[in-house]
Design a protein around this ligand. Structure first.
Ligand code: GAR
Length: 218
């Protein structure tokens, strides 16, 4: 599925609403990327159905049958190899990556994390934001390094938490933002506008000390 030339593989574990946002943007022909395939570590991931419905090739390998993280990651890489991906997009891929995998695709892996990093790496971000009484929340697209949720940040979508008090409602609002910022960040990569260098993000040739922050009224 193509509107551009940057071959992109999307890795998922679940529902794949972010994947759907990529499918929709590529279908509109307004992206620099070519969606070459979707990989899941779970055969029941609904995102696989979304991909098939869009005519995108899929592969699945369950992680449970591997003894180590690296063995699984090597199998994933072998499965992705025929697609010759230039960009790996983690879209709700709920696996910690081995250092081997991160080095293999160094500077070519993007992740989205549902928090305004560096706040709230890890799990249960929406609950933690509500518990802390934060006024703002959001999501961050970043390059992946060996540090979990710690690579150079590219773009953040930010909302006011109020009037939400329910974590599921907050999650839905944050995901609506993700569906806008993630394809945009991937498009920047595909068109050569962003790259990771010297441990930082560079956008249009300028080193970003802070990510691009986009405020949303959702
Ligand atoms: C997304 O909200 C994404 O930010 C999160 O998983 C969700 C996947 O939803 N990722 C992480 O928590 C990674 N640390 P989706 O399957 O509907 O795209």
């Amino acid at each position: 599925m193509s509107s551009g030339t940057c071959k992109t593989a999307i890795l998922i574990s679940g529902s794949g609403t972010n994947l759907q946002s990529f499918i929709d943007r590529v279908a509109r022909g307004s992206m620099s990327i070519d969606l070459c395939g979707v990989f899941s570590n779970r055969p029941d991931a609904y995102g696989l159905t979304r991909a098939r419905d869009a005519g995108v090739e899929t592969k699945c390998i369950e992680h449970g049958r591997f003894d180590t993280r690296e063995q699984f990651d090597r199998a994933v890489t072998a499965a992705l190899a025929p697609w010759e991906p230039e960009l790996i997009v983690l879209a709700g891929f709920m696996r910690i990556l081995s250092p081997w995998f991160v080095r293999h695709y160094e500077g070519r892996i993007l992740n989205i994390h549902p928090a305004l990093l560096p706040r709230y790496p890890g799990l249960n971000t929406h609950e933690r934001v509500l518990d802390a009484g934060d006024t703002h929340h959001g999501s961050t697209v970043h390059f992946v390094t060996e540090e979990l949720d710690g690579g150079p940040r590219i773009v953040q979508g930010r909302i006011r938490v109020a009037p939400t008090t329910d974590p599921d409602d907050l999650m839905r609002r944050v995901q609506a933002i993700e569906h806008q910022i993630y394809p945009t960040a991937a498009d920047w990569f595909g068109s050569g506008r962003i790259r990771m260098q010297d441990g930082a993000t560079w956008l249009d040739g300028e080193r970003l000390d802070e990510p691009v922050v986009l405020d949303f009224d959702l």
